[in-house]
Design a protein around this ligand. Structure first.
Ligand SMILES: Nc1ncnc2c1ncn2[C@@H]1O[C@H](COP(=O)(O)OP(=O)(O)OP(=O)(O)O)[C@@H](O)[C@H]1O
Ligand SMILES: [Mg+2]
Length: 227
């Protein structure tokens, strides 16, 4: 069984749907879920937590028997998008490519977890257009001041020194979603709480059926969680 870090599991435990909780705590994988395939598109500032949450959510879903794939902006930039720069035009193109790949993955029944700044409303609207009704916009919300203070990659400091042109939040705009399907507030919530919220959301949105259980029991789990 793949595991997310123990501390993350502990944090994620409260409020998590019972089946996911059981999976994370070592139940056999025999209770596989059948996913209809879908795309959760994580947008947010650099350093807001997209990659952290995408990879932890993928592990949590895998532990639950759900197939997922992460499309991370940094990794895409090293391969598929290595010919692109950070101009508005190339950023649009990088979003388009990620959306096309995510759509293919969803068609194969996977949950595609996209972690891409995708700063403009119009870019995300284009992704939604490509992917269709399997697209869910997830706003990974964090104050610019917190992202800049942590400056995990040292990019904010470089951008402030003028060494990076068009850096989102500093010298290029970030348009926060106004009507995201789900908001993960990484300033206010722990990694575990955000992963729990995301994984539970994916289950609710995209799980088609249980292999070994009926839909009624799934409804039962929902009411446990909602109680
Ligand atoms: N609740 C939280 N959720 C996610 N990350 C958090 C949270 N609280 C603190 N962090 C920390 O914030 C940082 C987020 O970095 P991460 O690389 O995931 O951001 P990102 O959005 O992928 O940035 P980029 O767009 O530059 O790739 C990590 O160091 C992570 O540990
Ligand atoms: Mg990242």
């Amino acid at each position: 069984m793949q595991r997310v870090e123990d501390s993350t599991i502990d944090e994620a435990r409260d409020g998590m749907f019972l089946p996911l909780r059981r999976a994370l705590h070592g139940e056999p994988k025999s209770r596989k879920l059948t996913s209809e395939g879908g795309v959760v598109w994580l947008t947010g500032l650099s350093g807001s937590g997209k990659s952290t949450l995408a990879s932890a959510a993928a592990k949590a879903l895998s532990a639950h028997g759900m197939r997922s794939a992460v499309l991370d902006g940094d990794i895409l930039r090293r391969g598929l998008n290595s010919d692109l720069n950070f101009s508005a035009c190339d950023r649009h193109e990088s979003v388009r490519r990620a959306a096309e790949v995510a759509s293919m993955l969803a068609n194969e029944g996977l949950i595609a977890i996209v972690a891409l700044i995708s700063p403009l409303v119009q870019m995300r609207a284009h992704a939604r257009e490509i992917i269709g009704d399997r697209f869910r916009e997830i706003y990974v919300k964090a104050q610019l001041s917190r992202c800049e203070a942590a400056d995990v990659k040292g990019l904010y400091a470089k951008a402030r020194r003028g060494e990076i042109a068009g850096f989102t939040g500093i010298s290029a705009p970030y348009e926060a979603p106004l009507d995201a399907d789900l908001v993960l507030d990484t300033d206010a919530q722990t990694v575990g709480q955000c992963v729990s919220a995301l994984a539970s959301y994916v289950e609710l949105q995209f799980v088609a059926s249980w292999d070994t259980r009926g839909r009624s029991e799934w409804n039962g789990f929902r009411s446990i969680n909602e109680a």
